[in-house]
Design a protein around this ligand. Structure first.
Ligand code: SAM
Ligand code: SF4
Length: 331
């Protein structure tokens, strides 16, 4: 029986956070002091993660994304990739990374069976990059992007969180990146995840801003048809574009009605929705595959119809949203 929730949504996608730690501390993801880190024994081992992947794959999970925190700082991640890629039924294995360590690992990751990467990049200005990430060097990310292209971790997607007063003046520069390289730039709306309500209120911008800015600059965004299951991005290109532009609007046009995702946090809690607090620990049932599969179905059966992110912190919502920042949940 496929994984279908109470609202008729079929689930085939599991996002796995392999660590809550990171080599950067992005403003919208972590507080000033970073985060209180999990201890090593709290974090699922690779063997434990594989048990969840194997049980999920038998229920129809075919897509896996490895995320964090920064996945590439976890020791011997390549071996996990190799083992997940070998699980029967896993057809698509992707990773979200800040890209800084990709020059070291891209070749091995490709060989191990990683299909593609999303690299987070919110600005093309070195000073601003240092400010947003509180310590990062832009040139390191560009080396990571080059490595991803060289080793064909494709399509190479860039995740760009649009922030009013921070990077909104760079929309055209990001659009023009796809003229130079076969990149897929995806603008994402700032989400009120974790304890960042004030920052969200100050910096949220709907992605209609990207369309207006392109129009005002005489750049026509031409819609592209999306293959089935391609995810929540509306996809466009511009004349001469070698890649695509994606618009992901979790707030202004939420895509909950087509959500196909489950999440596994670094300490082993299953979450059916990125936003709501509900989560269930897998550790107690890891040695019993039937019980683990029962838990996956149970978590899915409680999946809410939608996230109500925009309501929370602005005008109140029916139940409190997650106070976990993205680095703790796995973006
Ligand atoms: N460290 C990796 C990275 O930065 O790509 C993976 C983890 S990070 C939490 C995953 C994604 O979540 C990144 O693309 C980041 O931009 C996004 N993200 C984090 N906090 C966010 C927020 N409040 N709103 C929207 N996207 C957010
Ligand atoms: Fe680290 Fe990614 Fe969060 Fe930035 S967005 S602090 S790179 S986990």
């Amino acid at each position: 029986m496929p994984l279908i929730d109470a609202h008729g949504r079929r689930h085939d996608y599991l996002r796995i956070s392999v660590t809550d730690r990171c080599n950067l501390r992005c403003l919208y993801c972590m507080g000033d002091e970073g985060i209180e880190q999990l201890s090593h024994s709290d974090i699922l081992s690779y063997e434990e993660i594989l048990k969840v992947v194997t049980a999920g794959a038998e229920l129809g999970i075919s897509k896996i994304r490895i995320t964090g925190g920064e996945p590439l700082i976890r020791k011997d991640l390549v071996s996990l990739i190799e083992r997940i890629a070998a699980v029967p039924g896993i057809a698509d294995l992707a990773m979200t990374t800040n890209g800084v360590l990709l020059p070291h690992y891209a070749a091995e990751l490709k060989k191990a069976g990683l299909n593609r990467v999303n690299i987070s990049l919110d600005t093309l200005k070195p000073d601003l990059y240092r400010k947003i990430t509180r310590c990062g060097e832009l040139k390191e990310v560009f080396k990571g992007i080059e490595a991803a292209l060289e080793y064909e971790l494709q399509p190479v997607k860039l995740n760009t969180v649009l922030m009013k007063g921070v990077n909104d003046s760079e929309v055209i520069d990001f659009l023009k990146l796809i003229l130079e390289k076969p990149l897929h730039v995806r603008f994402i709306e700032y989400m009120p995840i974790g304890d960042h309500d004030r920052s969200y209120v100050d910096h949220y911008l709907p992605l209609s801003y990207v369309e207006e800015t392109a129009n005002n600059a005489g750049l026509t965004l031409s819609p592209l048809p999306l293959p089935g299951g391609a995810g929540p991005a509306e996809s466009y290109t511009i004349p001469g574009g070698r890649g695509t532009i994606g618009l992901i609007h979790p707030i202004s046009k939420h895509f909950c009605d087509s959500c196909n995702r489950l999440r596994l946090t670094a300490e082993g809690n299953l979450k059916a929705c990125l936003y709501w607090q509900d989560e269930s620990p897998v550790r107690p049932v890891l040695d019993n595959k039937k019980a683990l599969q029962g838990l996956i179905r149970e978590v899915l059966s409680g999946k809410p119809v939608e996230h109500q992110m925009a309501a929370d912190g602005i005008c109140g919502s029916v139940k409190p949203g997650s106070m976990r920042g993205m680095s703790k949940t796995g973006g």
